[in-house]
Write a protein that binds this ligand. Structure first.
Ligand code: GLU
Length: 443
Protein backbone atom coordinates (compact mmCIF):
# COMPACT_ATOMS: atom_id res chain seq x y z
CA UNK A 1 0.00 0.00 0.00
CA UNK A 2 1.19 3.48 -0.82
CA UNK A 3 -0.68 6.68 0.00
CA UNK A 4 0.02 10.33 -0.48
CA UNK A 5 -0.96 13.57 1.18
CA UNK A 6 -0.93 16.23 -1.53
CA UNK A 7 -1.38 19.78 -0.25
CA UNK A 8 -0.93 22.80 -2.48
CA UNK A 9 1.58 25.20 -0.94
CA UNK A 10 -0.71 28.17 -1.52
CA UNK A 11 -1.60 28.69 2.15
CA UNK A 12 -1.19 27.29 5.67
CA UNK A 13 -2.59 23.89 6.55
CA UNK A 14 -5.87 23.93 8.44
CA UNK A 15 -7.66 21.26 10.44
CA UNK A 16 -9.42 19.93 7.34
CA UNK A 17 -6.05 19.24 5.69
CA UNK A 18 -4.70 17.81 8.94
CA UNK A 19 -7.55 15.33 9.10
CA UNK A 20 -6.79 14.10 5.57
CA UNK A 21 -3.06 13.90 6.28
CA UNK A 22 -3.74 11.96 9.49
CA UNK A 23 -6.13 9.51 7.77
CA UNK A 24 -3.52 8.77 5.09
CA UNK A 25 -0.74 8.40 7.63
CA UNK A 26 -2.81 6.09 9.86
CA UNK A 27 -3.78 3.88 6.92
CA UNK A 28 -0.15 3.61 5.86
CA UNK A 29 1.20 2.91 9.33
CA UNK A 30 -1.53 0.47 10.22
CA UNK A 31 -0.96 -1.58 7.09
CA UNK A 32 2.80 -1.26 6.79
CA UNK A 33 2.46 1.03 3.76
CA UNK A 34 4.38 4.04 2.50
CA UNK A 35 3.30 7.61 3.20
CA UNK A 36 4.31 10.16 0.59
CA UNK A 37 4.21 13.93 0.97
CA UNK A 38 3.58 15.49 -2.43
CA UNK A 39 3.52 19.24 -2.85
CA UNK A 40 1.12 20.26 -5.60
CA UNK A 41 2.97 23.38 -6.60
CA UNK A 42 2.25 23.65 -10.34
CA UNK A 43 0.27 26.83 -9.74
CA UNK A 44 3.44 28.90 -9.68
CA UNK A 45 1.66 32.20 -9.20
CA UNK A 46 0.11 31.12 -5.90
CA UNK A 47 2.63 28.59 -4.56
CA UNK A 48 5.16 30.00 -2.08
CA UNK A 49 8.27 28.39 -0.56
CA UNK A 50 7.28 29.64 2.91
CA UNK A 51 4.00 27.76 2.67
CA UNK A 52 5.83 24.61 1.56
CA UNK A 53 8.14 24.92 4.55
CA UNK A 54 5.21 25.72 6.84
CA UNK A 55 3.39 22.57 5.71
CA UNK A 56 6.39 20.43 6.62
CA UNK A 57 6.71 22.14 10.00
CA UNK A 58 3.04 21.65 10.77
CA UNK A 59 3.14 17.96 9.82
CA UNK A 60 6.19 17.41 12.01
CA UNK A 61 4.48 19.17 14.87
CA UNK A 62 1.55 16.75 14.50
CA UNK A 63 4.10 13.87 14.54
CA UNK A 64 3.23 12.87 10.98
CA UNK A 65 6.46 11.79 9.33
CA UNK A 66 6.73 10.86 5.67
CA UNK A 67 8.72 8.17 3.86
CA UNK A 68 9.13 10.07 0.60
CA UNK A 69 8.42 13.56 -0.62
CA UNK A 70 8.54 15.49 -3.86
CA UNK A 71 7.21 18.58 -5.56
CA UNK A 72 5.26 18.47 -8.77
CA UNK A 73 7.43 21.16 -10.35
CA UNK A 74 10.29 18.61 -10.26
CA UNK A 75 8.35 16.40 -12.68
CA UNK A 76 7.30 18.72 -15.49
CA UNK A 77 8.98 16.57 -18.14
CA UNK A 78 6.93 13.56 -16.97
CA UNK A 79 3.72 15.53 -17.44
CA UNK A 80 4.83 16.54 -20.92
CA UNK A 81 5.48 12.91 -21.80
CA UNK A 82 2.11 11.83 -20.43
CA UNK A 83 0.34 14.60 -22.34
CA UNK A 84 1.97 13.30 -25.55
CA UNK A 85 0.54 9.84 -24.89
CA UNK A 86 -2.97 11.27 -24.58
CA UNK A 87 -2.52 13.44 -27.68
CA UNK A 88 -1.45 10.39 -29.70
CA UNK A 89 -4.55 8.56 -28.56
CA UNK A 90 -6.69 11.51 -29.58
CA UNK A 91 -7.77 11.99 -25.98
CA UNK A 92 -6.16 15.40 -25.54
CA UNK A 93 -7.26 17.93 -28.13
CA UNK A 94 -6.32 21.53 -28.84
CA UNK A 95 -8.81 24.34 -28.32
CA UNK A 96 -8.59 28.01 -29.19
CA UNK A 97 -11.68 29.54 -27.62
CA UNK A 98 -11.12 32.62 -25.52
CA UNK A 99 -12.70 33.06 -22.08
CA UNK A 100 -15.23 35.45 -23.64
CA UNK A 101 -16.24 32.97 -26.31
CA UNK A 102 -16.65 30.23 -23.74
CA UNK A 103 -18.77 32.46 -21.51
CA UNK A 104 -20.94 33.37 -24.50
CA UNK A 105 -21.41 29.71 -25.45
CA UNK A 106 -22.36 28.81 -21.90
CA UNK A 107 -24.94 31.57 -21.85
CA UNK A 108 -26.43 30.40 -25.15
CA UNK A 109 -26.81 26.87 -23.87
CA UNK A 110 -28.40 28.10 -20.68
CA UNK A 111 -30.95 30.06 -22.67
CA UNK A 112 -31.76 26.91 -24.61
CA UNK A 113 -32.29 25.08 -21.34
CA UNK A 114 -29.20 22.90 -21.82
CA UNK A 115 -26.44 22.20 -19.32
CA UNK A 116 -23.72 24.86 -19.75
CA UNK A 117 -20.97 22.41 -20.57
CA UNK A 118 -18.34 22.70 -23.27
CA UNK A 119 -19.75 21.81 -26.73
CA UNK A 120 -16.53 20.27 -28.07
CA UNK A 121 -16.52 22.83 -30.85
CA UNK A 122 -12.73 22.52 -31.13
CA UNK A 123 -13.03 18.90 -32.28
CA UNK A 124 -14.41 20.26 -35.56
CA UNK A 125 -11.30 22.36 -36.18
CA UNK A 126 -9.14 21.09 -39.05
CA UNK A 127 -5.35 20.71 -38.88
CA UNK A 128 -5.03 23.63 -41.33
CA UNK A 129 -7.19 25.91 -39.21
CA UNK A 130 -5.10 25.09 -36.18
CA UNK A 131 -1.80 25.60 -38.05
CA UNK A 132 -2.99 28.97 -39.33
CA UNK A 133 -4.05 30.09 -35.87
CA UNK A 134 -0.67 29.11 -34.43
CA UNK A 135 1.08 31.00 -37.25
CA UNK A 136 -0.97 34.00 -36.26
CA UNK A 137 0.46 33.82 -32.78
CA UNK A 138 -2.32 31.92 -31.01
CA UNK A 139 -1.52 29.02 -28.73
CA UNK A 140 -4.01 26.30 -27.91
CA UNK A 141 -5.04 24.99 -24.54
CA UNK A 142 -5.74 21.28 -24.33
CA UNK A 143 -8.83 19.46 -23.20
CA UNK A 144 -9.26 15.84 -22.24
CA UNK A 145 -11.95 14.02 -24.19
CA UNK A 146 -14.13 12.43 -21.55
CA UNK A 147 -15.68 9.05 -22.14
CA UNK A 148 -19.44 8.87 -22.62
CA UNK A 149 -19.89 6.46 -19.74
CA UNK A 150 -20.77 6.77 -16.09
CA UNK A 151 -17.79 6.06 -13.89
CA UNK A 152 -18.51 4.06 -10.73
CA UNK A 153 -16.33 3.02 -7.83
CA UNK A 154 -16.67 1.59 -4.37
CA UNK A 155 -15.59 4.42 -2.14
CA UNK A 156 -13.74 3.49 1.05
CA UNK A 157 -15.89 5.89 3.08
CA UNK A 158 -18.89 6.89 0.99
CA UNK A 159 -19.76 3.47 -0.45
CA UNK A 160 -20.99 3.05 -4.04
CA UNK A 161 -20.34 6.23 -5.99
CA UNK A 162 -20.72 7.32 -9.56
CA UNK A 163 -20.07 10.32 -11.78
CA UNK A 164 -21.84 10.80 -15.13
CA UNK A 165 -19.08 11.93 -17.43
CA UNK A 166 -21.40 13.17 -20.22
CA UNK A 167 -22.78 15.78 -17.83
CA UNK A 168 -19.33 17.36 -17.43
CA UNK A 169 -17.22 19.63 -19.63
CA UNK A 170 -14.09 18.10 -21.06
CA UNK A 171 -11.51 19.36 -18.55
CA UNK A 172 -8.60 21.56 -19.59
CA UNK A 173 -5.44 19.67 -18.63
CA UNK A 174 -2.84 21.95 -20.25
CA UNK A 175 -3.14 25.72 -20.31
CA UNK A 176 -2.22 27.84 -23.34
CA UNK A 177 1.06 28.79 -21.63
CA UNK A 178 1.96 25.09 -21.42
CA UNK A 179 1.38 24.77 -17.68
CA UNK A 180 -0.47 21.72 -16.36
CA UNK A 181 -3.56 21.52 -14.24
CA UNK A 182 -3.78 19.56 -11.02
CA UNK A 183 -6.47 17.23 -12.40
CA UNK A 184 -3.86 15.86 -14.76
CA UNK A 185 -0.60 16.06 -12.82
CA UNK A 186 -2.17 14.25 -9.89
CA UNK A 187 -3.13 11.27 -12.05
CA UNK A 188 0.31 11.10 -13.68
CA UNK A 189 1.95 11.12 -10.26
CA UNK A 190 -0.42 8.63 -8.69
CA UNK A 191 0.18 6.29 -11.60
CA UNK A 192 3.94 6.67 -11.88
CA UNK A 193 4.72 6.68 -8.17
CA UNK A 194 2.59 3.58 -7.57
CA UNK A 195 -0.05 5.10 -5.32
CA UNK A 196 -2.54 2.40 -4.33
CA UNK A 197 -4.99 4.40 -2.19
CA UNK A 198 -6.15 7.98 -2.61
CA UNK A 199 -7.74 9.34 0.55
CA UNK A 200 -8.94 12.92 0.26
CA UNK A 201 -11.83 15.30 0.90
CA UNK A 202 -15.34 14.84 -0.45
CA UNK A 203 -14.90 18.01 -2.51
CA UNK A 204 -12.85 15.86 -4.91
CA UNK A 205 -15.59 13.34 -5.76
CA UNK A 206 -16.26 14.80 -9.23
CA UNK A 207 -12.52 15.00 -9.85
CA UNK A 208 -12.32 11.30 -9.06
CA UNK A 209 -14.80 10.51 -11.84
CA UNK A 210 -12.68 12.50 -14.28
CA UNK A 211 -9.38 11.19 -12.96
CA UNK A 212 -10.48 7.57 -13.22
CA UNK A 213 -11.19 8.28 -16.89
CA UNK A 214 -7.76 9.90 -17.36
CA UNK A 215 -6.20 6.91 -15.59
CA UNK A 216 -7.86 4.69 -18.12
CA UNK A 217 -6.60 6.88 -20.97
CA UNK A 218 -3.03 6.73 -19.66
CA UNK A 219 -2.78 3.17 -18.39
CA UNK A 220 -5.81 1.27 -19.63
CA UNK A 221 -6.50 0.37 -16.01
CA UNK A 222 -9.17 2.67 -14.60
CA UNK A 223 -9.66 0.76 -11.35
CA UNK A 224 -6.09 0.42 -10.21
CA UNK A 225 -6.48 2.99 -7.43
CA UNK A 226 -8.76 2.65 -4.46
CA UNK A 227 -10.50 5.93 -3.53
CA UNK A 228 -11.86 7.08 -0.19
CA UNK A 229 -13.39 10.52 0.36
CA UNK A 230 -13.76 11.99 3.82
CA UNK A 231 -16.88 14.13 4.29
CA UNK A 232 -16.11 17.78 4.81
CA UNK A 233 -15.81 19.48 8.16
CA UNK A 234 -18.18 22.19 9.25
CA UNK A 235 -17.88 24.58 12.17
CA UNK A 236 -19.70 23.93 15.46
CA UNK A 237 -22.92 25.45 14.10
CA UNK A 238 -22.82 23.40 10.90
CA UNK A 239 -21.63 26.32 8.75
CA UNK A 240 -18.79 26.22 6.25
CA UNK A 241 -15.43 25.98 7.95
CA UNK A 242 -13.77 27.59 4.96
CA UNK A 243 -15.00 31.01 6.07
CA UNK A 244 -12.83 30.95 9.14
CA UNK A 245 -9.82 29.05 7.93
CA UNK A 246 -7.37 31.41 9.59
CA UNK A 247 -8.74 30.55 13.00
CA UNK A 248 -8.43 26.82 12.42
CA UNK A 249 -4.97 26.79 10.88
CA UNK A 250 -2.49 24.42 12.52
CA UNK A 251 -0.16 27.37 12.87
CA UNK A 252 -2.68 29.19 15.00
CA UNK A 253 -3.38 26.16 17.20
CA UNK A 254 0.35 25.66 17.63
CA UNK A 255 0.76 29.31 18.61
CA UNK A 256 -2.15 29.06 21.02
CA UNK A 257 -0.39 26.14 22.66
CA UNK A 258 -2.78 23.33 21.76
CA UNK A 259 -1.12 19.95 22.30
CA UNK A 260 -0.65 18.07 19.02
CA UNK A 261 -1.90 14.87 20.68
CA UNK A 262 -5.18 16.59 21.56
CA UNK A 263 -5.61 17.65 17.95
CA UNK A 264 -4.73 14.28 16.41
CA UNK A 265 -6.92 12.43 18.93
CA UNK A 266 -9.79 14.80 18.22
CA UNK A 267 -9.43 14.57 14.43
CA UNK A 268 -9.20 10.77 14.42
CA UNK A 269 -12.51 10.47 16.30
CA UNK A 270 -14.30 13.17 14.30
CA UNK A 271 -17.21 11.84 12.26
CA UNK A 272 -17.13 8.51 14.10
CA UNK A 273 -19.16 7.45 17.12
CA UNK A 274 -16.02 7.17 19.25
CA UNK A 275 -15.22 9.53 22.09
CA UNK A 276 -12.02 11.39 21.32
CA UNK A 277 -8.97 10.58 23.41
CA UNK A 278 -5.81 12.66 23.15
CA UNK A 279 -3.18 10.49 21.49
CA UNK A 280 -0.25 10.75 19.12
CA UNK A 281 -0.66 9.36 15.59
CA UNK A 282 1.47 6.36 16.57
CA UNK A 283 -0.86 5.56 19.46
CA UNK A 284 -3.91 5.98 17.24
CA UNK A 285 -2.76 3.69 14.44
CA UNK A 286 -3.68 0.34 16.00
CA UNK A 287 -7.32 1.25 16.52
CA UNK A 288 -7.79 3.24 13.29
CA UNK A 289 -10.52 2.10 10.91
CA UNK A 290 -11.49 4.42 8.07
CA UNK A 291 -14.81 2.64 7.54
CA UNK A 292 -15.97 4.05 10.87
CA UNK A 293 -16.05 7.55 9.39
CA UNK A 294 -19.65 8.59 8.76
CA UNK A 295 -21.02 9.70 5.37
CA UNK A 296 -22.24 13.01 6.71
CA UNK A 297 -20.21 16.16 7.41
CA UNK A 298 -18.47 16.27 10.77
CA UNK A 299 -18.52 19.27 13.08
CA UNK A 300 -15.23 20.67 14.18
CA UNK A 301 -15.90 22.26 17.54
CA UNK A 302 -13.01 24.28 18.96
CA UNK A 303 -14.61 24.10 22.43
CA UNK A 304 -14.51 20.31 22.38
CA UNK A 305 -10.91 20.42 21.24
CA UNK A 306 -10.03 22.75 24.12
CA UNK A 307 -11.80 20.47 26.60
CA UNK A 308 -9.80 17.51 25.29
CA UNK A 309 -6.62 19.56 25.46
CA UNK A 310 -7.35 20.42 29.09
CA UNK A 311 -8.06 16.83 30.04
CA UNK A 312 -4.84 15.75 28.35
CA UNK A 313 -2.72 18.40 30.11
CA UNK A 314 -4.15 17.48 33.49
CA UNK A 315 -2.90 13.94 33.08
CA UNK A 316 0.55 14.65 31.64
CA UNK A 317 3.55 13.68 33.73
CA UNK A 318 6.45 16.04 34.42
CA UNK A 319 8.80 14.13 32.12
CA UNK A 320 6.48 14.71 29.17
CA UNK A 321 6.40 18.48 29.56
CA UNK A 322 9.58 19.50 31.34
CA UNK A 323 11.29 20.73 28.20
CA UNK A 324 8.48 23.16 27.56
CA UNK A 325 8.17 24.54 31.09
CA UNK A 326 9.84 27.75 32.22
CA UNK A 327 13.46 27.41 33.25
CA UNK A 328 13.66 26.22 36.85
CA UNK A 329 10.18 24.70 37.00
CA UNK A 330 10.27 21.37 38.83
CA UNK A 331 7.91 18.44 39.27
CA UNK A 332 6.35 19.88 42.41
CA UNK A 333 5.44 23.00 40.48
CA UNK A 334 4.01 21.02 37.56
CA UNK A 335 1.85 18.81 39.77
CA UNK A 336 0.56 21.86 41.62
CA UNK A 337 -0.59 23.71 38.51
CA UNK A 338 -1.39 21.17 35.78
CA UNK A 339 -4.99 20.73 36.93
CA UNK A 340 -5.53 24.40 36.35
CA UNK A 341 -4.34 24.81 32.80
CA UNK A 342 -6.30 25.25 29.61
CA UNK A 343 -3.09 25.62 27.63
CA UNK A 344 0.46 24.73 28.52
CA UNK A 345 1.61 28.29 27.84
CA UNK A 346 -0.22 29.39 30.99
CA UNK A 347 2.39 27.52 33.04
CA UNK A 348 4.64 30.52 32.45
CA UNK A 349 2.19 32.85 34.18
CA UNK A 350 1.83 30.49 37.14
CA UNK A 351 5.58 30.25 37.39
CA UNK A 352 5.68 34.02 37.74
CA UNK A 353 3.04 33.80 40.45
CA UNK A 354 5.01 31.09 42.24
CA UNK A 355 8.50 32.50 41.97
CA UNK A 356 8.33 35.98 40.51
CA UNK A 357 7.61 39.47 41.69
CA UNK A 358 3.94 40.03 40.90
CA UNK A 359 1.51 42.87 41.51
CA UNK A 360 -1.28 42.05 43.93
CA UNK A 361 -4.48 44.09 44.41
CA UNK A 362 -4.69 46.44 47.39
CA UNK A 363 -7.48 45.39 49.76
CA UNK A 364 -7.56 47.89 52.65
CA UNK A 365 -11.14 46.76 53.39
CA UNK A 366 -9.71 43.34 54.30
CA UNK A 367 -7.14 44.78 56.73
CA UNK A 368 -8.28 42.69 59.72
CA UNK A 369 -7.87 39.49 57.73
CA UNK A 370 -4.54 40.39 56.15
CA UNK A 371 -3.09 41.53 59.49
CA UNK A 372 -4.22 38.32 61.16
CA UNK A 373 -2.59 36.37 58.32
CA UNK A 374 0.70 38.23 58.79
CA UNK A 375 0.60 37.76 62.56
CA UNK A 376 0.04 34.02 62.31
CA UNK A 377 2.46 33.47 59.40
CA UNK A 378 3.90 29.97 60.02
CA UNK A 379 7.66 29.53 60.38
CA UNK A 380 9.84 28.33 57.45
CA UNK A 381 9.62 24.75 56.21
CA UNK A 382 6.34 25.14 54.31
CA UNK A 383 4.63 22.05 52.99
CA UNK A 384 1.14 20.79 52.12
CA UNK A 385 0.06 21.03 55.79
CA UNK A 386 0.90 24.74 56.03
CA UNK A 387 -2.15 26.17 54.24
CA UNK A 388 -4.85 24.24 56.18
CA UNK A 389 -3.16 24.98 59.52
CA UNK A 390 -2.57 28.63 58.76
CA UNK A 391 -6.09 29.36 57.44
CA UNK A 392 -7.61 27.59 60.43
CA UNK A 393 -5.69 29.96 62.69
CA UNK A 394 -6.72 33.02 60.63
CA UNK A 395 -10.35 31.85 60.70
CA UNK A 396 -10.17 31.55 64.49
CA UNK A 397 -8.68 35.02 64.89
CA UNK A 398 -11.13 36.81 62.55
CA UNK A 399 -14.27 34.70 62.77
CA UNK A 400 -14.26 34.44 58.97
CA UNK A 401 -14.92 31.35 56.97
CA UNK A 402 -15.57 30.14 53.42
CA UNK A 403 -15.21 32.64 50.60
CA UNK A 404 -14.81 35.62 52.98
CA UNK A 405 -11.75 33.92 54.39
CA UNK A 406 -10.20 32.33 51.32
CA UNK A 407 -10.81 34.75 48.46
CA UNK A 408 -9.03 37.85 49.88
CA UNK A 409 -6.11 35.61 50.87
CA UNK A 410 -5.93 34.10 47.39
CA UNK A 411 -6.00 37.58 45.84
CA UNK A 412 -3.24 38.79 48.10
CA UNK A 413 -1.03 35.73 47.62
CA UNK A 414 -1.49 35.11 43.89
CA UNK A 415 -3.01 38.30 42.47
CA UNK A 416 -5.76 36.13 40.97
CA UNK A 417 -9.35 35.22 41.76
CA UNK A 418 -8.94 31.60 40.73
CA UNK A 419 -6.03 29.23 40.51
CA UNK A 420 -4.30 26.13 41.75
CA UNK A 421 -5.10 24.56 45.10
CA UNK A 422 -3.17 26.66 47.61
CA UNK A 423 -2.37 23.60 49.68
CA UNK A 424 0.19 22.56 47.08
CA UNK A 425 0.82 25.96 45.54
CA UNK A 426 1.57 27.95 48.71
CA UNK A 427 4.82 26.10 49.48
CA UNK A 428 6.05 27.17 46.03
CA UNK A 429 5.42 30.84 46.82
CA UNK A 430 7.23 30.40 50.12
CA UNK A 431 7.21 32.44 53.32
CA UNK A 432 9.17 35.53 52.23
CA UNK A 433 7.12 36.25 49.12
CA UNK A 434 3.86 35.50 50.94
CA UNK A 435 4.76 38.03 53.64
CA UNK A 436 5.64 40.73 51.09
CA UNK A 437 2.44 40.22 49.13
CA UNK A 438 0.21 40.34 52.22
CA UNK A 439 1.92 43.55 53.28
CA UNK A 440 1.43 45.08 49.82
CA UNK A 441 -2.19 44.03 49.70
CA UNK A 442 -2.81 45.96 52.92
CA UNK A 443 -2.18 49.10 50.89
N1 GLU B 1 -3.64 19.50 -4.12
C1 GLU B 1 -4.94 18.93 -4.01
C2 GLU B 1 -5.68 19.61 -2.86
O1 GLU B 1 -5.03 20.14 -1.99
C3 GLU B 1 -4.80 17.46 -3.76
C4 GLU B 1 -6.04 16.68 -3.83
C5 GLU B 1 -5.72 15.21 -3.90
O2 GLU B 1 -5.45 14.63 -2.83
O3 GLU B 1 -5.69 14.67 -4.97
O4 GLU B 1 -6.88 19.65 -2.83
Amino acid sequence: MKVRFAPSPTGWLHVGNARIALANWLEARKRGGTFVLRLDDTDVARSKPEFAQGIEEDLRWLRLDWDESFRQTERLSRYEAAAEILKKKGLLYPCLETEEELAFKREQRRKQGRAPIYDRGALKMTAEQLARAIENGKSPHWRFKLNTRTVTWRDGVLGERSVKLPSLSDPVLVRADGSFLYTFTSVVDDLETGITHVIRGEDHVTNTGIQIDILEGLSGRPNRIYFAHMPLLTDAEGGALSKRLGSVSLRQFRRDGIEPAALTGYLAALGTSRDPVAASPRELAADWDITRVSHSPARFDTKQLLALNRKHLHALGFEQVKDRLPEGADEEFWLAIRGNLDLLAEARDWYEVARGDITVPEQPEEADLLKAALESLPPEGWDATTWPGWTAAIGQATGRKGKALFLPLRRALTGEEHGPDLKTFLPLIGRARAATRLQRSLG
